[in-house]
Design a protein around this ligand. Sequence first.
Ligand SMILES: [Zn+2]
Length: 231
Amino acid sequence: KHLGTELSGLGFDVTSGIGGHGVVAVLKNGEGPTVLIRTDTDALPVLEQTGLPYASTVRATEQTGREVSVMHACGHDVHMTVWTGTARQLVANKDEWSGTVVMIAQPAEERGSGARAMLADGLFTRFPRPDMSLALHVNSVLAAGRIGVTEGFAMANVDMVDIAVLGVGGHGAYPHATKDPIVLAAHIITALQTLVSREVSPLDPAVVTVGSIHGGEKHNVISNRVDLQLT
Ligand SMILES: [Zn+2]
């Protein structure tokens, strides 16, 4: 909402609610190419522990119903700031360029569904179709004040995988009468590391990360189930 208000204040033609929470802002400035400039807007279920005065204190309820702390741990707050600053600069220097700028704020980047939702909602049919698109992402490897540019893909594709390890629970003193899903999950996690080292060509960049593991309730109880979340 804030982004839409900011850009309409600058003279952009703003449409909100594209593909859910997406914002599309169009500025026509004479003849010339159509350039799309994109920011992502979503955050992650991570507690901000930076101690900074502007640290996020937001809490929200996930789709699963779990209440979580929320921060822009991936840097999307920086992206929105850069996006807004770019819009201001383009308006302030309108006599130095001509064409059409389509500025989009895309939700649900982390889940990989926001871009698809905006396209399905007519991003390229209801609004000017871009001749080129610019996206950016902060990168902690680059020194402050430096930018890196690449043509084509800058980031890898990401796929999410959920694995439910179903065992047969029981008392920790009688492990032989159970099928312990935690031990099974431990073997699966270790075996997954060989996907990249033994199945993927050394010339192809790839990574497998188990980002979440949940199972069990108590020290001495063998659980029925372990859930793994992978990318
Ligand atoms: Zn990100």
